[in-house]
Design a protein around this ligand. Structure first.
Ligand code: SF4
Length: 260
C-alpha cells in the first residue's frame, strides 16, 4: 500500500518549479490543479485556450501508478479514493498505463465487510511518507497552500509570491474561469476542485465533509516535514527514478509530465 500524498508531494515540487518558470511578471498567471480530472475537463471543454496556462502534469494518482509499475515490474495497481471521476481519468489514453483499477472508499468498505475485515484490527503503518504539503491536497485551497510554502522553501528570494484564488464545486469553478476570461481576477495562481470542499467532499467519501476536512488538516499538521524538499522519501524516490536534482523534474517527460 502506498500513500498517494507522497506523489502529491512530488507534483507540488513540480508545480512550484513551474510557477518559478512561468511567473516572471505581475501579469503572468497559471492554473492548477492537475489532481482533479473534473477541473481539467472543464478547462478543456469550456476554455481550451487556457490549457497553455496549465503546467502539463499528471495527477498524483497517475504518478503513483507509473512509479509503482516502474519499481515493481508486473505490479497491478489499484487506486482507492472518494472520487468517481478517477475511474474515467484512469482510462484516458495518454495515462492509461498507470492504474489498472479504481475503487471508491465505499466499494472498499463493501469488500471489507463481505470479507469480514475490520481495518481497525490491522496494525497502523507509522512510516512518514508525505509532507504537510502533499497531505493538504485533499482539501480545497490545499494545493495553493502546498505550492506557496514549497516555493518559499526552494526560491525564498523570488520577488513574486503565490497570489492564489480558489474555486470548489463545478459552478464555482465555471465562475472562476469566466472571471479569468473577463479579466476580473488579479491572482497569479488559480486552483479549481470539482467537488465542494475539495476531495474531502468527493461523492464516495464515507464521512461528513467537515469532519473529513478537520481530519485531513490534523493529519497534515502532524507531518514531520513541512515541504516535499524536506521529505527524504521524495529525494530517495526521485533518485531511484534517475532524477538527481529537483530542476531535473521539469525535464522528465515519461513519468510526471502530460501534454494537455
Ligand atoms: S475534487 Fe472531487 S472530482 Fe476532483 S479529484 Fe477530488 S474527489 Fe475527484
Amino acid at each position: 500500500m502506498v500513500e498517494v500524498s507522497l506523489f502529491a508531494d512530488i507534483l507540488t515540487l513540480k508545480e512550484a518549479l513551474e510557477f518559478d518558470l512561468m511567473i516572471q511578471t505581475e501579469k503572468d498567471y497559471m492554473l492548477t490543479s492537475c489532481c482533479c480530472p473534473v477541473w481539467i475537463q472543464m478547462i478543456r471543454k469550456l476554455h481550451p485556450e487556457l490549457l497553455k496556462k496549465v503546467p502539463g502534469s499528471v495527477s498524483p494518482m497517475v504518478a503513483c501508478g507509473r512509479v509503482v509499475k516502474r519499481l515493481v515490474p508486473g505490479a497491478i495497481t489499484v487506486f482507492v479514493g472518494p472520487c468517481l471521476a478517477k475511474k474515467a481519468e484512469a482510462r484516458e489514453a495518454d495515462v492509461a498505463d498507470a492504474i489498472d483499477h479504481v475503487l471508491t472508499f465505499k466499494e472498499v468498505a463493501d469488500l471489507f465487510e463481505a470479507a469480514r475485515i475490520d481495518p481497525a484490527d490491522i496494525p497502523t503503518d507509522l512510516r512518514e511518507h508525505s509532507s504537510f504539503a502533499g497531505r493538504i491536497y485533499a482539501v480545497s485551497k490545499g494545493v495553493s497552500e502546498a505550492v506557496a510554502v514549497t516555493l518559499d522553501r526552494i526560491r525564498p528570494d523570488k520577488p513574486i509570491k503565490v497570489k492564489a484564488v480558489q474555486a470548489d464545486g463545478v459552478p464555482e469553478c465555471k465562475r472562476l474561469l469566466d472571471d479569468l476570461e473577463q479579466g476580473k481576477t488579479t491572482a497569479n495562481f488559480l486552483e479549481g476542485m470539482g467537488c465542494a470542499g475539495g476531495c474531502v467532499g468527493g461523492p464516495r467519501s464515507l464521512i461528513d465533509r467537515a469532519v473529513a476536512t478537520a481530519k485531513v488538516r490534523d493529519y497534515a499538521v502532524q507531518a514531520l516535514y513541512p515541504t516535499p524538499i524536506d521529505n527524504p522519501y521524495v529525494v530517495e524516490l526521485l533518485q531511484r527514478l534517475g532524477i538527481r536534482t529537483i530542476e531535473e523534474l521539469l525535464e522528465d517527460q515519461e513519468v510526471f509530465a502530460r501534454h494537455l
